[in-house]
Design a binder for this molecule. Structure first.
Ligand SMILES: [Zn+2]
Length: 120
């Protein structure tokens, strides 16, 4: 972890990383000195479109349908159809996909991401 430490050039305090999307900045907690870095998260540079595809759920419970409706902006009937048949839920860039993926995992909804999604 040593290599991830940044020392403030003004006062010698260890600097904190602040992730000010999409760039990573360093801020000194003691004197407030700031340094912008050129480090970017790989996911921010990913320009691919990814697709979240739901697996079919027979007799989905209402919570799942409501959740899908909220996620997609579709009405209840259309959301229920997607959940029952399975199918593409949404197509988006990596950052948005990651956010939605985490929500789906929280709800225990089964899905795939196409193409292969390399981010944790
Ligand atoms: Zn400082």
């Amino acid at each position: 972890m040593e290599e991830n430490k940044y020392i403030c050039p003004q006062c010698g305090e260890e600097m904190m990383e602040t992730y000010d999307k999409p760039a990573l900045n360093l801020v000194c907690p003691k004197c407030g000195c700031q340094i912008a870095t050129s480090r970017w998260e790989e996911i921010d540079l990913d320009d691919n479109d990814y697709e979240i595809v739901l697996k079919a759920v027979s007799n989905p419970n209402i919570e799942i349908v409501k959740f899908v409706s909220k996620l997609t902006g579709l009405n209840f009937i259309n959301s229920k159809a997607i959940v029952e048949k399975g199918g593409a839920l949404l197509k988006a860039k990596a950052n948005e996909i990651k956010e939605k993926r985490d929500l789906l995992i929280n709800k225990n909804i089964e899905f795939e991401i196409k193409p292969f999604f390399p981010y944790k």
